[in-house]
Design a binder for this molecule. Sequence first.
Ligand SMILES: [Zn+2]
Length: 282
Amino acid sequence: MFDRPTLAVENEFGLPIHRTSRWIFNCYVVEGGDGHVLVDAGLPATAAAALALISGRDGSADHAVATHGHCDHLGGMPLLHNQAGTLAHLPARCADYLDGETPRVFGAKAALGFVPMYREQPFSLKAAAQFGRASTRIGYSRGETMVFRPPVASFLTDGDPVPGLEGWHVVAAAGHTDDSICYYHPDSATLLSGDAVITLGGRAWFNPEWVDAEASRATEDRLRSLEVRYLLPGHGLPIAGDVWARALAFGERPPGRGLLPRCSRRFGQWPSGGHDRRSDPT
Ligand SMILES: [Zn+2]
């Protein structure tokens, strides 16, 4: 009864980018010259919705890229590999994790900072259940050795071109995690930011969950130096305009929304309206 499917926002802001979301989990489908590239296919539900969207366009799902190795950013990649032969690409640091290095993860205090996000997009019981299952099966969300079973087509590092997308490149964005990267298209000033920057209430918010404060500040400086007119985050709604002008800096709390008791009290009261309630292709 709480499952309010969202999505398939066609060509948001007129960009050749579509978004498939459930609850707070965004997956982006970027139109390439020949096929499509999925960014952060984090849940089976969002990956399936993306595949439905692509098949509705008579297109192919050639590549899937992740912004980091958390389960909610790559949990849909096995489905894409099995159903569409989509090639999986991971951040370079994931190669070390797959070799046995233990990734750093943030603790409960950092996770508390994320609580205001839970009301930012319509809740989906299906997404919550898939997130719970994925967290034990794929990625490294719980700090153990990373698990990822589909073949990895390539590992991506700063400055690399994005497979299947002309004019896009990788921007290193450590801080949220050590492997975090963003995808940037200078010509349209579009940034697919993963969790390096999320959005809350129409504002960019630099990384409320972090493993490295110094890296987070350096990443904020670097990203603010990029011209960004379209910010498409891993969590929260995409925003357009002078996105850095009103951004919440790293370490800054959203006004009036940072307290857990307040959020708990209001949990379950979802905002009305918004453009995030479209028909669900799945
Ligand atoms: Zn995430």
